[in-house]
Structures are given as structure tokens and as C-alpha cells.
Design a protein around this ligand. Structure first.
Ligand SMILES: Cc1cc2nc3c(=O)[nH]c(=O)nc-3n(C[C@H](O)[C@H](O)[C@H](O)COP(=O)(O)OP(=O)(O)OC[C@H]3O[C@@H](n4cnc5c(N)ncnc54)[C@H](O)[C@@H]3O)c2cc1C
Length: 322
């Protein structure tokens, strides 16, 4: 069989699998490559409550349904297939190097390698990452599980403030730990935060960092250190939310597509086209991503639909947005 695919999708997370369902149903020869197993980040949770259509579903259950849909419509899925390099050839095809030893070619590419949450790297963080034991990186996903509880949040940027304000609607009390006095967030968010602080729902723990997360079977305390006074404080809590940024899995794309300073893939806002003809992107790896399951799958579907236009007429690529 030829080594040329209509579409090579890099990353079998929700964005990549959603795209593959559509491209394979459109009868485009599709392969999805993943350096690990299919499913991406969502494999790490057993309780999703905000994916439309499912009141409650586990990540692995959802992923196995998506995989089956892909295979039913003819998409190939390969695990342990890490894409190590990409190159656009003079004939317009894109060469995809897998595990540094094998090559396939594509008429179009969808980049869906996702992002990883930046970790604090403190004792207890990995131990309590398991769903239901208290460490979380997503307030939007997990806030309802902490209704009327006490939580510690960590971070000082836009996401940290947005997520803390969202959490404050559910929890009894939130301690926001930030290593400086000033927040790096937009002033409107800082004002909103000050308002909630005045009401006593949020308490600021400034000039401080979390040094460990303690507990027996689940989070019971967070230990903080004031970096100016060296004062150690132990905060009793039911959960620790870590909002210190995302790291896109785009190292292998440097020099191939345009990335922003943080490494997110640049694309146009309508059709998610990168700066390289025939190369689209979708999901958590792209600039402006909402970092949610539903938005990642939505992105994948969007791209698959416009990709059909590109495969039918490559001149479509140079058309501006609507
Ligand atoms: C614990 C946890 C709980 C969550 N809970 C929720 C929730 O309740 N609701 C919600 O909406 N969202 C939730 N999220 C967020 C959601 O999982 C992500 O937004 C979503 O998975 C993003 O999908 P994606 O396909 O863009 O990327 P990812 O899921 O990150 O998938 C990317 C895939 O690409 C692969 N890959 C990376 N680099 C390469 C390479 N070079 N070659 C081949 N493959 C590669 C990776 O192995 C991975 O499988 C949660 C996340 C976590 C970690």
C-alpha cells in the first residue's frame, strides 16, 4: 500500500480523534499517530461532567468510543508512533518522520499534540493528582467537586485569577497563593478579585509559594513558605488547584511552523491554518485554545471540514477568512 495519506493527524487526543472521525467519514485516507496511547490528557480523569451529552463519563470510556468511531469509518490509529520531524517537499506533500526511523507522506496535516499542565514540582503533587484525591489543574472542570470545601489555588496570571474566581462560586473558602505582591493578570480581573477578597471568600497568601501538599489518602493540608519572611504556614484544605501555566507539546515543530513565544501554534482564527500550506492545527496546542475537551473536539471537527475544501482545491489555502 502507498505511504501517501490524504491526512496525517499528529496526536490522538480528543482533537485528533474528532478530526479523524470526520476525515475518514469523508473518505479521506486518514492515519492518527500518537507517541503514547490514544486519548491524550482526558485518559487521566474518571469523571467528566461538562462534555455535552454526558451527565457523567470517564475519560477512558469516552476515548474508547471515539477510537471505535474512527476505526469504524476507516481511520488507522497508531500508538507509540512519535512524530520526530516534518518537512514540506517541493511536490507539496509533507514528509512525516516517525520515531526517527520511518517516513510516511501526507497531502494535509492536522497538528493536535496538545499541552501539558506546568507542575509545581513539590512533594505530594503527583501523589494526589489521581482524580478525587485533591490536586487539580482545571477549576472549570473540577469546581463542582469542591462545593462548600476549602481549597488552595496557586498562580498569579489571567488563568489563575479567572479560575480562582470561578472556584470561589462553589467553595467555602479559597486561599490564593502567589509568589509576588502584584498579579500579572488584566486589571479587570484583579479588581474583581479584590472585590471577592473583601467579602472574605478569597484570602490572599502573597510573596509565598507552596512547598508541599500533605495528607493520608487525599489532600488535607498545603504548606506555604513566605519567601520574604521565611515564615512557614500550614493551611488545612480539601484540594489544591495549580494554575501556573501550560507547556505545549510543540518542541518537534520548531522551525517547521510558526509558534508564539510560549510555543503555542499560530493559526488563523477562522480555519485554523498554520503558516505552512496544507498544515492545520486544533485543540490545546494552538494559540487561544480554551483548554477544554469540548473545544478541542470542536476544533478537530472544524478543521476536518475545511480540510475537505483544501484537498478538493489546494488554491483554497490562499483565500482569506470570511
Ligand atoms: C486530569 C485532567 C482532567 C480533565 N478534566 C476535564 C474535564 O472534566 N472537562 C474538560 O472539558 N476538560 C478536561 N481536561 C482537559 C482536556 O483533557 C483537554 O482540554 C483535552 O484533552 C485537549 O485535547 P487535545 O486533543 O488538544 O490534546 P491532548 O489531550 O493533550 O492530546 C494530545 C495527544 O498528542 C500526543 N502527542 C504529543 N506530541 C506528539 C508527537 N510528537 N507525536 C505523536 N503524538 C504526540 C500526546 O501523546 C497526546 O495523546 C482535563 C485534563 C486533565 C489532565
Amino acid at each position: 500500500m502507498s505511504d501517501i495519506y490524504d491526512v496525517v493527524i499528529i496526536g490522538a487526543g480528543p482533537a485528533g480523534l474528532a478530526a479523524a472521525i470526520y476525515t475518514s467519514r469523508d473518505r479521506h485516507r486518514t492515519i492518527v499517530l500518537d507517541k503514547m496511547i490514544p486519548g491524550g490528557q482526558i485518559n487521566n480523569t474518571d469523571r467528566i461532567e461538562n462534555y455535552p451529552g454526558f451527565l457523567k463519563i470517564s475519560g477512558t470510556e469516552l476515548v474508547s468510543q471515539m477510537e471505535e468511531q474512527c476505526r469504524t469509518f476507516g481511520a488507522e490509529i497508531r500508538q507509540l508512533a512519535q512524530v520526530t520531524a516534518l518537512e514540506r517537499m517541493p511536490d507539496g506533500l509533507i514528509r512525516v518522520e516517525i520515531n526517527k526511523k520511518e517516513t510516511i507522506r501526507a497531502r494535509a496535516i492536522i497538528l493536535t499534540p496538545g499541552s501539558d499542565y506546568r507542575k509545581l514540582g513539590v512533594p505530594g503533587e503527583d501523589r494526589f493528582r489521581q482524580a478525587g484525591t485533591g490536586v487539580s489543574y482545571c477549576g472549570t472542570c473540577d469546581a463542582p467537586f469542591f462545593k462548600d470545601k476549602t481549597v488552595v489555588a496557586v498562580g498569579g496570571g489571567n488563568t489563575a485569577l479567572q479560575e480562582s474566581l470561578h472556584l470561589a462560586k462553589y467553595v467555602k473558602k479559597l486561599y490564593l497563593v502567589h509568589r509576588r505582591q502584584e498579579f500579572r493578570a488584566e486589571s479587570i480581573l484583579v479588581e474583581e478579585l479584590e472585590h471577592v477578597v473583601k467579602k472574605g471568600k478569597i484570602e490572599l497568601v502573597l510573596d509565598s509559594r507552596v512547598t508541599s501538599i500533605e495528607g493520608k489518602d487525599r489532600v488535607e493540608q498545603a504548606v506555604t513558605l513566605n519567601i520574604k519572611t521565611n515564615q512557614v504556614r500550614t493551611i488545612d484544605c480539601d484540594g489544591v488547584f495549580i494554575f501556573v501555566g501550560m507547556i505545549p507539546n510543540t518542541g518537534f515543530l520548531k522551525g517547521f511552523v510558526e509558534l508564539d513565544e510560549a510555543g503555542f501554534i499560530k493559526c488563523d482564527p477562522w480555519y485554523l491554518r498554520t503558516n505552512v500550506p496544507g498544515v492545520f492545527t486544533a485543540g490545546d496546542c494552538r494559540i487561544g485554545a480554551a483548554m477544554q475537551l469540548a473545544t478541542a473536539t470542536g476544533d478537530g471537527v472544524n478543521v476536518a471540514m475545511v480540510l475537505d475544501r483544501y484537498l478538493k482545491d489546494p488554491h483554497w489555502w490562499s483565500k482569506p477568512g470570511p
